[in-house]
Design a protein. Structure first.
Length: 337
């Protein structure tokens, strides 16, 4: 009996470790099976395809730089935010066409632009760009003509011709935008009132130095060959804030059209200058080119809004710092290659 009990104990001591080994081996196998990645199925692939983003147009993001050509047609109205009752400033050219070309090199870029007036059929504005790496110098030059009217009646004494306009910006690129400084020089028409007497100056000298930003995401993406949705919205933004001064010229006249000046002839202060456009952009591919069409509403500030430190003493008087604005629909067709 003792020998039988001893044999049973020995056999159980050998069986139990073997059982543990089998259980361990089966556990490892089950773990390995669980760790295997799930096999994809056609139904899952179809579901993933349905959840993909809308089709995009353009090349993969690379460091390559592309050339850019654009044509724009703009129809704008001009007005002054602050005006003396009955007196208005009207620009001669409110409808124009614009051509722009941007050429990219390895570490350089160059660009040219010209605006053609639909009224006078002449070139009215020129622009140029020169870039090195991420730095850009942009220059815009124009000669502006128009008239200062009283009760919608034009008068030869209130006419201004070939007023000088110079806008220089030195910018550095940051992502899809740019930051930098601006020097703005402009012979701008102005209307003011002091002690009940109206004065107008067709060529007041304005100088403005500012710091600001520029965001033109559509053009930046096209220059870099980035993918773009076939239909999207865009917002173009240039905002410059700085300090400016204005000095009345010797052509200043009073409401009776006689040569005369108010007591204060120099004005200075902080100001705001900018251009904004909101619209829809269409992107596609044609003949190996990335083609984009834009329809937007453009709002452009022709001269900085001035918060003057020198002003007339009478709070009812109007200073010659009224805001000149151009606004209207802008249509653009552009291609990068």
């Amino acid at each position: 009996m003792k020998k039988l009990i001893f044999a049973l104990l020995m056999s159980s001591s050998l069986f139990i470790p073997a059982l543990h080994a089998v259980e361990s081996d089966s556990t490892d196998k089950s773990t390995e099976q669980k760790a295997e990645p799930p096999k994809s199925s056609k139904s899952e692939g179809t579901k993933e395809n349905k959840e993909q983003k809308p089709e995009e147009v353009g090349a993969e993001d690379t460091d390559q730089r592309y050339d850019y050509l654009s044509y724009s047609y703009a129809q704008k109205e001009n007005e002054a935010i602050t005006v003396v009752a009955g007196w208005e400033i009207e620009f001669e050219d409110t409808s124009f066409q614009q051509l722009q070309f941007h050429k990219s090199f390895d570490n350089m870029a160059a660009g040219l632009g010209v605006d053609f007036s639909n009224e006078s059929k002449k070139a009215m504005r020129f622009s140029g760009l020169l870039g090195f790496d991420d730095y850009m110098l942009m220059v815009e030059q124009a000669q502006i003509s128009g008239s200062i009217t009283k009760d919608k009646v034009k008068n030869g004494l209130g006419k201004f011709e070939n007023n000088k306009y110079l806008d220089m910006k030195f910018m550095t690129q940051k992502g899809d935008g740019a930051v930098g400084v601006q020097l703005y020089s402009y012979e701008r028409p102005s209307v003011m009132r002091e002690n009940g007497i109206v004065y107008f100056d067709p060529k007041a000298e304005m100088t403005f130095i500012a710091f600001g930003i520029e965001y033109d995401t559509v053009k930046k993406k096209m220059l870099k060959g980035k993918k773009m949705p076939m239909l999207d919205w865009y917002f173009y933004n240039t905002t410059m804030m700085g300090y400016g001064s204005m000095e009345l010229s010797d052509q200043t006249r009073n409401g009776s059209y006689a040569l005369a000046k108010p007591t204060t002839t120099n004005f200075a202060g902080f100001g705001l200058n900018g251009e904004y456009e909101l619209g829809i952009v269409f992107a596609g591919k044609m003949f190996g080119l990335q083609v984009v069409g834009k329809v937007g509403y453009n709002y452009q500030i022709e001269g900085p809004i001035m918060f003057t430190t020198d002003s007339f003493s009478n709070s009812d008087d109007v200073e010659p710092t009224e805001q000149l604005v151009n606004q209207g629909v802008n249509l653009t067709l552009a291609a990068s290659f």
